[in-house]
Design a protein around this ligand. Structure first.
Ligand SMILES: [Zn+2]
Length: 359
């Protein structure tokens, strides 16, 4: 065999040598001691057709933190290092917590709408998801119009950059149509109400796209739509499921740069049940962040993602369903061994609980 191929490589500095992801901001592995955020998407196989196509959010082997994977509310947890969000030094972990779920979800939803900069986007719901959606819409160059039934939430949306706010209800369709000159290019549905999903198709212009994010769940997980209104006007409906690792990192980076900021209220962990009750009553502006009372991890509620509810509730309150799963920014404690079942996983915290996908 040719020695030039099989032997030691000559000390030639090639262009490949000069590209160092670690120093370019493209590095994708957390360092020991770095702050990271554990998102809803706990993992994906990396091999299936969807993973290969950049659609790892629908990987059949994917796992979900606090749902199919333990650890969402734990003081310590194990997560796959390849799937955590990298949080820059100096970022407030309380403020970044909602970005790991509400942020990435709305960021991806807006991108999947395929609206273009300068176009109107209707954001239905100004709660935990919607109040960051309006900010991502702004940084992406859209013209957000926000709908909600709560005047206080509409006021928050206005302060956060909504070009217009509209009280949700039957009259909203005509108002939005007039404001936009024929309908928004896209509608992002974050409100967990079937009527909001049904109305979204009427808020978009011909050829527009409605992106479904919120999850009413249970017996409310069904809507009625006009087939003719969709086919005749070539409208589209797209689902959007949290976000890929790239979506997550983009969402975090916008927040770290101060362009998006979740409105948060910190709640001691031992008041979790009252926090859940307030969420049910719609009394929360923005997001609640559970402070684990001096523990290294923090948890943020995502009440709109109700498919996480039951798993999370088991560990919180046995007599009623919960309204969220835990999203935890925390510090990398040590690396897992190479024989970790997750394959290349990193351990976060002390690794008291082990996470497996679809266990
Ligand atoms: Zn896959």
């Amino acid at each position: 065999m040719d020695a030039a191929v099989s032997g030691p490589r000559p000390p030639v500095r090639s262009s490949k040598d000069q590209f160092r992801p670690e120093s370019s901001g493209l590095r994708a592995s957390p360092a020991i001691g770095a702050a990271v955020g554990v998102p809803w998407m706990a993992g994906a196989c990396g091999r299936c057709a969807w993973c290969r196509a950049g659609m790892e959010t629908i990987c059949p082997e994917g796992g979900a933190t606090g749902f199919s994977c333990d650890g969402g509310y734990a003081e310590y947890m194990v997560a796959r290092a390849d799937f955590v969000g990298l949080i820059p030094d100096g970022v407030d972990l309380v403020r970044i917590a909602p970005i790991l779920c509400a942020g990435v979800t709305t960021h991806r939803g807006l991108r999947r709408s395929e609206a273009r900069a300068g176009e109107f986007v209707a954001i239905i719901g100004a709660g935990g998801l919607g109040h960051v959606a309006v900010q991502y819409a702004r940084v992406l160059g859209f013209r957000p119009i926000v709908l909600d039934v709560d005047p206080a939430k509409l006021d928050l949306a206005r302060r956060l950059g909504a070009e217009a706010v509209v009280e949700a209800g039957p009259d909203a369709t005509g108002i939005v149509t007039a404001l936009t000159g024929g309908g928004a290019a896209a509608a992002i549905v974050t409100a967990p109400a079937p009527a909001a999903f049904e109305q979204s198709l009427a808020l978009i212009r011909p050829g527009g796209t409605a992106v479904f994010i919120g999850l009413p769940g249970g017996g409310r997980d069904a809507i009625r739509l006009s087939i003719a209104a969709i086919s005749n006007w070539e409208k589209s409906i797209r689902g959007s499921n949290v976000g890929t690792r790239q979506d997550l990192q983009e969402a975090v980076d916008f927040a770290a740069r101060g362009l998006v900021a979740a409105t948060v209220e910190t709640v001691p962990f031992d008041q979790v049940n009252e926090a859940l009750a307030r969420l049910r009553r719609g009394e929360v502006l923005g997001r609640l962040v559970l402070d684990s009372a001096g523990r290294p991890s923090l948890q943020a509620f995502c009440p709109d993602l109700q498919h996480a509810v039951h798993k999370a509730a088991q560990g919180l309150q046995a007599d009623q369903p919960g309204h969220g799963h835990g999203i935890a920014p925390c510090r990398i404690g040590r690396r897992a061994s190479a024989s970790s079942p997750a394959g290349g996983a990193g351990a976060i915290g002390a690794g008291r609980r082990r996470v497996r996908s679809r266990s």
